[in-house]
Ligand binder design. Structure first.
Ligand code: THU
Length: 130
């Protein structure tokens, strides 16, 4: 399944619309039910309106009626690990527990697996409002 997620992330990365940064990102979410949801970054001439790959994948998951993230692949190129930005960490947190795995990949494959807790310690989530 991880292999399939990585393949889909590579395709998504190629589909990214990133004319301003030139930085293509693909993201694949596996929901609790086992379905895969894909996103790519979509930039905008009004720069702050750009959307990250993770946010696109979350939208696709919600549209399909799923609410629980089990695992995520994020793929981008470059020397540094392409980890989700701060805003995306919080967006992921809305639909994921602390222990879910986030697989950081580049087009060559898996580079590092981390938990959401490592990326967003002491996080604030929906439970705080219950
Ligand atoms: N980007 C993502 O889509 N996801 C990440 O995890 C990191 C950054 C996008 C946003 C922007 O379109 C481009 O990469 C450069 O920051």
């Amino acid at each position: 399944m991880l292999r399939e997620m990585i393949e889909k992330a590579a395709t998504a990365m190629q589909q990214a619309y990133a004319p301003y940064s030139g930085f293509h990102v693909g993201a694949v979410i596996k929901s609790k039910g086992g379905a895969l949801f894909v996103g790519c970054n979509v930039e905008n001439a009004a720069y702050p309106e750009g959307v990250c790959a993770e946010a696109g994948a979350i939208s696709a998951m919600i549209l399909a009626g799923d609410r629980e993230i089990e695992e995520i692949v994020v793929m981008g190129a470059g020397k540094s690990l392409v980890t989700p930005c701060g805003g995306c960490r919080q967006k992921i947190r809305e639909f994921a527990g602390d222990d879910i795995k986030i697989h950081i990949c580049d087009p060559q494959g898996l580079r590092k697996t981390v938990t959401l807790k490592e990326l967003l310690p002491l996080s604030f989530g929906p439970e705080n409002l219950r």
